[in-house]
Write a protein that binds this ligand. Sequence first.
Ligand code: URP
Ligand code: ZN
Ligand code: ZN
Length: 459
Amino acid sequence: MKTLIKNGRIITAVDDYRADILIEDERVSTIGAKLEMEVDNVIDASDKLVIPGGIDPHTHMELPFGGTKASDDFLTGTRAAAHGGTTTIIDFAVQYKGESLIQGIDNWHQKAEGKTAIDYGFHLITTELEDNQIEELHTAMDEGVTSFKMFMAYPGVFLVDDATIFRAMSAAGERGGLICMHAENGIVINEIIKHALAKGHTAPKYHALTRPTIAEAEGVHRAIAIAEMAESPVYIVHLSCADALNQVRQARDRGIPAFAETCPQYLFLSIDDYGDDFEGAKYVMTPPLREKANQAELWKGLKMDDLQIISTDHCPFCMKEQKELGRNDFSKIPNGAPGVENRVPLIYNGGVVENRISLNRFVELTSTAAAKMFGLFPKKGTIAVGSDADIVIFDPEKEQTLGLKTSHMNVDYNTYEGKKIKGVVETVLSRGKVVIQNGEYKGKPGDGQFLKRGTCVSM
Ligand code: URP
Ligand code: ZN
Ligand code: ZN
C-alpha cells in the first residue's frame, strides 16, 4: 500500500518546510519536493499543517477507581484520541497489592488487546516493591514497560512509602527506567479533608480547597530529593501549579534530571470552574484546578523547558451514576476528567494561535518529547524517513466549538463546553492507514498495536 501526502507544510519539533511524503505500508519512505509516482492513495494537504501524530503519555482507560471505573475503554478512548490527532497513548496498568508486576501488566494487555484504534504502551502503577520483586521490575522493562508510576497520594489505595519509592527509583534508574511520580502529600491532605467534612463542607469545590498547592510542592520536592539520593531521574506527572513547578525548576537549575508534564486542564481551567454547586464535580480531578495566576507560570515553564510534555491524564467519569457517588461528600467523587480528544487542538489554539509557543514547540510538547522521554523515538514523535507514518493533517485556519455534541469520548459532559478554538484535525494516519478522514472514523478495533518501549533518550 502506497500513500502520497502532497503539498503540505511539514512541522516537526525542529523543521518547518513544504514537501511531499511517500508512505509505503506502515512507514515514511521518502520525503521530497514534488514527488510523482504511482500510488494507491493521494492526500492533498495544501494549506494544511502536516504534523507527527500526537502522543499522550498519560491516560487511564477503564481504570477501576473511586468505586467505579473510567468510562472510556480502550476502544472508545483510543477512537476519541484518534479524532483529536493523537496516534499513541501510554496508559497506566496497575499492579495491585499482593499481585506481581507482570500480573498487573498482563491484566492491562487483556483489557486493550484487539480493541485499540491507535498504538499504545503501558506504564505500570506500582503499589508494592520489595527487594525480592526488583528482578521482576527489570523483567517488566525487558517486556517494554520501562516506566512506573508511584503515588504519594490516595492513602490506602495507591500510596507507597518513601522507602518503596527509593527502591523503585534505584532499580529502574539502574537500567535507564523512569519513575513517574504523583507528587502530593496525600497523608496530610486526608487530615485536611476530615476537618472540612466535619465542618459540613461537602460541595465539589472543597476538593480543591483541601488540596493546597504546598501539598503538591512538598511532594515534588520530596520526589526529586529521593531521586537524587537514588541517583535516578524522575518524571513528575500532572504538575498543576507554580509552587510545584518552582521545585522542578530549582532542581533542573542544579543539573538534576527532573522532568515534568502538565495538562490542558491546568492551562485553560481554574478553581473558579468549581462554582458552588454539584456541577463542579465535572472538574474533580487530582491535583485540582488552581488559581488562574498559575496558568501563566505553567506556560512559562513550557516555553523554558522546565516542563517538557503536555499529557491529558484522561480519566473520565460520567456525571450520571459516577460523579454522583459524591453528591453529599466531595471526597467520594471519583477523581478524573476527560480530555484525550481535545489536547492537540487546544494546545495549538492556546499555544500557537495565542502566541505563547512556536509551532515547533507545539509539536515537541504534544508528540516528540513524549516519544523521547518514554523510549519511542524515532519510531514515533517525528516525520522522518523510516519513522512510523503516524501523521496528522491539521487545518490551522478552520474553527471549531468544543463540546459534548461533537465529542467522541464516552462521557456525558465536556470540560471545555462552548469553547471556540482555531485548528481542526482533518485526517489522521496511524502506521500509514487512514483512521480519520475529514473527521470521520475509518478504522476498526484492533488496528492499534502494543508498543514495547525502550528507555528515555531525553537526558
Ligand atoms: O484525578 C485524577 N488525576 N485521576 C486519575 C488518577 C491519577 O491520579 O492520575
Ligand atoms: Zn496521578
Ligand atoms: Zn493520571
